[in-house]
Design a binder for this molecule. Structure first.
Ligand code: ARG
Length: 588
């Protein structure tokens, strides 16, 4: 049983015998580790309801807890807080049962969950927003999986909207002779007439054209509708767009260590679009409005106005919302029963998801409570505004990663002539810096991308955690060379050992909290505290040079648990650990 579960069971017993409502019966880590390990505020909270003196209730709780030998001390403090300190023997006993692969958690029935994240767009390079979706989505997925849920990750490519028509119309103007624009029905060239770099160059030009030229815009909208309606030439050309983009997207995500089970896109919902629209019309949900087809999703008790969801625009062509709704329709009709769909998408799309989720519930496809939009804040530049290039364009993910890497290389004091091992080390540190910088910020908050701060070896950074992991590993290796083995029993003697042990015992709690709140930052917080506590332990408690072999092997066992804790957390966060790490030459 995890330590907090044990304590909470004790709190329940004590509250029962003291007549305190059980909703207050739980322990939390103490705010004052110098005074106590854990505290229970039940007496204080219940006093008002019970109209009793909180200190009297606290004394009753205290009396019950004192019957348990797990507690070295039980005190009543302040206006009625119950503070406890555990015996070292009890802590050691729990350390032995700590399992980082199958943590002991509150029983919750596992679910089959679809994770929709990443969401890059065809013909556009990944930008900063995609970083957050990919990194947070991947972490939340891994955390859910480690708790026994079945997870299915779907990248949901943006491949079906007006940008597709813009590209087609632009190419048609430039290359009217291409077979895709004739009324040919089949037999189109197998090789793509355009590379991904061509597409990335073409897209901004087409977008500008679309904005500035109404005739062109009309053509582009028409091309979108025709593509969706099945125009053979357009479909053949569009297929090339998707294929060449997907190749490059796959490389980008592999470099980020972000993986998907399904590489589907908005366009894949096309196969069910007609059926779904028929179904929505039959149910009386999809109705005509000003030439468009819409679903009214507003509710009487809405505090702000929720506009209708538009399925089809007046000029034809299905919308982003329609593709999301059809994707739900498809997902709930999969062979496998899907319990939950989780979308990790910019918080600025919250209205879109509200509309889609309501429509899905109205149509009876899935309950709204089983659809979650996990939003996130923006990545900002030094000016505190969403990060843009100097010219005001979108900041590319590749440039962001490069900025972090440049900073690492500068601090390491290496250049392009350094050997491969050094280059790899720089890659790994830069990636950890960017990911941890992102994940450690509360999901919904914006943050400033500060490469210099993110790559530091000190403070709450990815490289700091990596450094701790490397240091533990090298200690374990050295000890093994000396023939020392981690002991089975850990003897806690010093305050540093004790503090570290208590933090390690929090692993299952932190993991579960991160999952329930869908907040990878909870796990970042935990692993950071462990790394800090390890560092204090390492400085104050000699391991190999301990006073006795027994003490050395006990400390070794504690180090080994630390190694596993950090490895388990970094694995969930999608951060790897280099084999070796050097301290920076040029850290200011
Ligand atoms: N492609 C979209 C964008 O870049 C994100 C897709 C989010 N996922 C979804 N199911 N709508 O904004």
């Amino acid at each position: 049983m995890s330590i907090l579960k044990y304590l909470n069971a004790k709190a329940i017993e004590a509250c029962k015998v003291s007549g305190v409502p059980l909703e207050f019966a739980f322990f939390t880590s103490s705010d004052r580790p110098d005074l106590a390990d854990f505290q229970c505020n039940a007496a204080f909270q219940a006093a008002r309801i019970l109209k009793k003196n909180p200190r009297e209730i606290a004394a009753a709780i205290q009396a019950h807890l004192l019957t348990d030998p797990a507690f070295a001390e039980v005190n009543v403090a302040g206006p009625g807080f119950v503070n406890v300190r555990l015996t070292n023997a009890f802590i050691s006993q729990h350390l032995q049962r700590l399992d980082f692969e199958n943590p002991d958690l509150d029983e919750v029935a596992p679910e089959t969950m679809i994770f929709d994240y990443g969401g890059p767009n065809i013909a556009k390079p990944l930008h900063v927003g995609h970083l957050r979706s990919a990194v947070i989505g991947e972490a939340i997925k891994r955390i859910a999986r480690s708790l026994g849920n079945k997870v299915i990750a779907d990248i949901h490519l943006g491949d079906w909207g007006t940008p597709m028509g813009m590209l087609i119309a632009e190419l048609q103007e430039r290359h009217p002779e291409w077979p895709y624009f004739s009324d040919q029905e089949a037999g189109f060239p197998e090789d793509s007439p355009i590379s991904v770099d061509d597409l990335n160059r073409l897209y901004p030009e087409a977008a500008k054209h679309f904005k500035e030229d109404e005739t062109f815009a009309t053509k582009a909208r028409k091309a979108t509708a025709d593509l969706q309606a099945g125009h053979p030439g357009y479909r053949a050309l569009w297929r090339h767009f998707v294929d060449v983009s997907l190749d490059s997207v796959k490389k980008d995500f592999a470099a980020l260590n972000v993986g998907f089970d399904l590489w589907l896109g908005e366009s894949d919902a096309d196969t069910v679009m007609k059926d779904m629209i028929f179904d929505l019309k039959q149910k009386g949900l999809a109705v005509e409005s000003e030439g468009a087809l819409v679903i009214h999703v507003a509710r009487e008790d809405d505090e702000i106005e929720i506009p209708p969801l538009i399925l089809e625009k007046s000029g034809g062509g299905v919308t982003y919302a329609a593709t999301d709704l059809a994707t739900i329709y498809q997902r709930v009709n999969m062979e496998e029963v899907i319990d939950r769909i989780v979308y990790v998408v910019d918080q600025r799309q919250s209205l879109h998801f509200k509309q889609v989720f309501r429509a899905a519930a109205l149509a009876g496809y899935i309950e709204e409570s089983r659809l979650e939009h996990l939003g996130f804040g923006t990545v900002n530049g030094p000016d505190g505004k969403p990060f843009k290039t100097r010219e005001g364009g979108v900041m590319r993910l590749a440039d962001l990663l490069q900025m972090a890497r440049d900073e690492v290389v500068k601090k390491m004091g290496i250049d392009e002539n350094a050997d491969e091992a050094m280059q790899k080390m720089a890659d790994s540190i830069a990636m950890a810096a960017v990911k941890f910088g992102d994940l450690s910020t509360q999901r919904l908050s914006d943050y400033v991308f500060d490469p210099e701060a993110f790559v530091r070896l000190e403070g709450k950074t990815g490289p700091y955690i990596q450094y701790a992991a490397v240091r533990v590993q090298s200690l374990l290796d050295k000890a093994a060379e000396k023939g020392l083995q981690p002991a089975r029993d850990i003897i806690i003697e010093t305050s540093e050992e004790r503090a570290l042990a208590l933090l390690l015992l929090e692993f299952p709690v932190a993991l579960q909290r991160a999952h329930e709140r869908r907040m990878p930052s909870d796990l970042c917080e935990h692993v950071y505290h462990v790394a800090q506590a390890y560092s204090r332990f390492y400085q104050n408690c000699p391991v190999i040079a301990a006073e006795s072999k027994e003490q050395a092997e006990s400390r070794l066992a504690l180090s080994e648990l630390c190694r596993r804790d950090i490895a388990a957390c970094l694995d969930k966060l999608g951060i790897d650990v280099p084999d070796r790490m050097i301290t920076y030459k040029n850290e200011e």
